[in-house]
Ligand binder design. Sequence first.
Ligand SMILES: Nc1ncnc2c1ncn2[C@@H]1O[C@H](COP(=O)(O)OP(=O)(O)O)[C@@H](O)[C@H]1O
Ligand SMILES: [Mg+2]
Length: 463
Amino acid sequence: MKKPQANTKPPYFNIDPDTALKSLGAPSTTAGFGSIARACEAGRNDLASRGLEENGRRHLRQFSTWEITRYLIPVATGHFRRVLKANPDLPQGRSDTATGAKWFTLDEVLRLRAHFGQEGSKAKEYLPYRPAGQPAKLVAVANFKGGVGKTSTAAHLAMSAALDGYKVLVIDLDSQGSMTSIFGGRIADEWQTVFPLLAQHYARYQQNENQRRLDRGEPPQPLDDTLSAALDIKAGSLIQKTHWPNIDLIGAQLNLYWAEFQIPVWRMQGRGWKLWDALSETLAADGILDRYDVIFLDTPPALGYLTINGLAAADILLVPLGASFLEFDSTGRFFDMLHATFGSIEEAENMAARALGRSGLHFEWDAVRAVITRYDGAQQAELAALMQAYLGQTLALHRQDFTALIGQAGEQVQGIYEADYRDFNRETYVRGRETFDATYAAFKELLVGAWRRDVLAAQEAAE
Ligand SMILES: Nc1ncnc2c1ncn2[C@@H]1O[C@H](COP(=O)(O)OP(=O)(O)O)[C@@H](O)[C@H]1O
Ligand SMILES: [Mg+2]
């Protein structure tokens, strides 16, 4: 190691107060934030005009025969080619050269999958397990610590589920909108986010309360403009298409943060409003749970009202964390807060329920799993093993490796599944992809198991 030169002093010694004052500038005011924001806006527009806009229209790449037969449809390459030849109506793919590899859009891959599912061997799983008549499973990815891999995990799971043939909805509950930019969403204001669904749920509560007031001969409380407008919104109208044919999006943008201030105000006015049911009940009422197979909720790095709503709606809860002392420590406190938060909701509800002789409230999840992300086996094996020893089954066995394939382009998390393997060293690609495929496999096992449990319970109830 290079030693610092003996005569250089640390830079924080001997700072002259008068020199410091000169370079300080005038005190800052609120208006100062305005001019900083305008400077950022001007710079951003400049960048956008040079084609650097992050949200430019997105296109999904195409998929080669190699990738399809290796990762997507369980069929041998030779057989795949023979089936295409024998069925000229099926998508035939395109290639740059006469003898080169054939490439297909995901739409075409989905059509091919459907064909194999219909015509192919019943012994093979061409279509993923999805019991008929069961609603979509909701999956929340949460941790109040930022940077632990929530958005990356949720986005990659959504993409792998889509490649696997499921119909996916992604709901962004984080007002920073990272998930929304990954899927190319354009959101004008809070009325294109889940906000109106939450407002609508409260408005319906108020309508019921007003009916009771009228019955008691009391004057009703008028609904304000926001609540009246929210009553007209259907969840389906908030859903946007993405560049993935079988992934749709309800996006987020900064104004969604307003919900964190508005929800407690509504709750003060309407003590009996079950705010935690708002998201799941509005989605169910508008039939959204029947239109999709899996719904992923990306949550902000906080245990605020939006996260509580997402967690209460979820069937499966995934909590990503790195194998570091700090992340293990803060994740422990996150679970402690979940315990306190949901515990106090249950307690208050159950007190009221007991008084009325009704059955109480018990939140239940099909599965709750902590997931190690960004794992570096060379450095973190010992800590991960210790975490495993303490958490047991709660910690998913698969550790999602750190990979150079994602997180390179700064903010713009380009999914592994969106990257063209020809841009990478094949070895790096296969390893990066394997670790996310394994993350998906571990998740899919929870999903399939949870659906199976529901099917058996429904059969038992029918007997
Ligand atoms: N498996 C991984 N390998 C390498 N980088 C990762 C991995 N998972 C996440 N990252 C990077 O870590 C950072 C934080 O991830 P992100 O998903 O945005 O976390 P969160 O949503 O919890 O704030 C991002 O820069 C992302 O690209
Ligand atoms: Mg995030």
